[in-house]
Design a binder for this molecule. Structure first.
Ligand SMILES: *Cc1c(COP(=O)(O)O)cnc(C)c1O
Length: 414
């Protein structure tokens, strides 16, 4: 379901023209569609109907309170990776019993906060973390519910920076060490072994590695059961990809059905941690052409958004479609679409076939995930505003930062 459609030649978010949004809120700005967010979550929840299941949105993909609120209202849980994310989801009205806490580096303070909150589960990623969590829970007089994040060593065939389930990755517990660590965890007084977890990578376009990982995880579940360690839930992580350009993307059904079939007849609650798939195609980055610099070798379109806003092209060489809000009348030529940041790596797209004039508005598509969430203030650029469109309404859900805010925490020498 695309919420971004062209009407009378003008790109709209739901019923709102992007020309109007640029006038009202300025550029660059992020534009999200509530409808697209809800449709993406519904697609998961439809497949899971009849199963004891919980979709825990991976907050790191897009942590705006309004986005979290949209998902919380529809019964989603949350997968967090820091104390900051915990405080964010609570501020958005999340139910603590629907929060799972992932991440390889949880501090004692973060554990304390999560224990005091009463979250659903800690996804523990190493042996020393097991012992630290037991000690922290003991100090607080609490019992910590845990899953071990097991590394099934399957190759998700995605970008090396976002593949996480291989032996050489820093994430999770090695498959061959998991059994012994479960035995140890089960023997500790302040832990309650509750589930098992795996997350093999991101932007996966082939459902096969998920099934391969699940087979390995289920073998472990059975081995544990034979030793009297009975798990209540299995967390299959996130990782389902989206279309950025022309990729063949599996439906949620094609991804989930093989997994759910393997789980039939087992008394295991199913947790999922999708991030990108829920938000990626529900957002765009609206930017304006500041200058055109046509040249003999390359022609540059310098826009008012940059790598500090959208880092993915510079960071991973990622492709985002770049489309005009209103198609221009001029000649279509290949443009280097670049930002004002003083780095040659500051680009949003190479060689894009566009008819451009200075002042034109462009939409950088599929910018709902790992986009604003990864933005920075590099070059002392205030972070862009975020807008949530809901039908004919546009809500400012994060105002543009001011220049004063950039240095508000700093002090000159006395
Ligand atoms: C990042 C992450 C996710 C979400 O991944 P997507 O590819 O965005 O679906 C889920 N679980 C864990 C543990 C993660 O680190």
């Amino acid at each position: 379901m695309s919420a971004f459609v062209r009407r009378n030649g003008v790109l709209h978010a739901e019923s709102v023209s992007l020309l109007d949004l640029a006038r009202r809120f300025g550029t660059p700005c992020w534009v999200y569609s509530r409808l697209a967010l809800e449709s993406a979550l519904d697609e998961f929840q439809r497949e899971l109907a009849g199963f004891d299941a919980l979709v825990c949105y991976a907050v790191k993909a897009n942590a705006n309170l309004a986005v979290l609120d949209v998902f919380a209202r529809r019964g989603a849980g949350f997968d967090i990776v820091s104390g900051g994310e915990l405080q964010r989801v609570l501020a958005a009205g999340a139910d603590p019993r629907r929060i799972v806490f992932s991440g390889v580096g949880k501090t004692a303070a973060e554990m304390e906060l999560a224990l005091a909150t009463g979250i659903l589960c800690f996804n523990v990623e190493s042996a020393p973390e097991v012992d630290r969590l037991d000690a922290v829970a003991g100090r607080l007089g609490k019992i910590a519910p845990i899953s071990l994040r097991v590394n099934p060593d399957v190759d998700p065939k995605t970008h090396p920076y976002i593949s996480t389930g291989l032996k050489q990755n820093k994430f999770g517990v090695a498959y061959d060490d998991a059994l012994a660590l479960y035995r140890h965890a089960a023997s500790l007084p302040h832990l309650e072994v509750s589930g098992i977890d795996c997350h093999i990578g991101s932007q996966l376009l082939d459902p096969a590695p998920f099934a391969e990982a699940l087979d390995k995880i289920l073998a472990l579940v059975d081995q544990l059961a034979s030793e009297g360690i009975t798990l209540r839930h299995i967390d299959l992580g996130g990782g389902l990809g989206i279309r950025y350009r022309d990729e063949d993307v599996p439906t949620v059904q094609a991804y989930l059905q093989p997994l759910l079939r393997k789980l039939e007849g087992r008394r295991l609650r199913v947790l999922l941690e999708p991030g990108r798939r829920l938000v990626g195609n529900a957002g765009l980055l609206l930017t304006r052409v500041e200058y055109l610099k046509p040249g003999e070798v390359k022609s540059f379109a310098i826009v008012d958004a940059a790598m500090n806003d959208l880092a993915r092209p510079a960071l991973y060489g990622s492709w985002h479609d770049i489309v005009p809000v209103v198609a221009g009348p001029g000649e279509v030529i290949p443009w280097e679409v670049v930002g004002p940041v003083c780095e040659s790596g500051d680009f949003l797209g190479h060689g894009r076939e566009l008819a451009l004039a200075a002042g034109d508005l462009l939409a950088v598509m599929s910018a709902g995930a790992y986009a604003m969430a990864m933005s920075s203030n590099y070059n002392s650029r205030p972070r862009a505003a975020e807008i949530m469109v809901d039908g004919a309404q546009a809500h400012l859900v994060r105002r543009r930062e001011t220049a004063e805010e950039l240095y508000a925490l700093e002090r000159r020498l006395p």
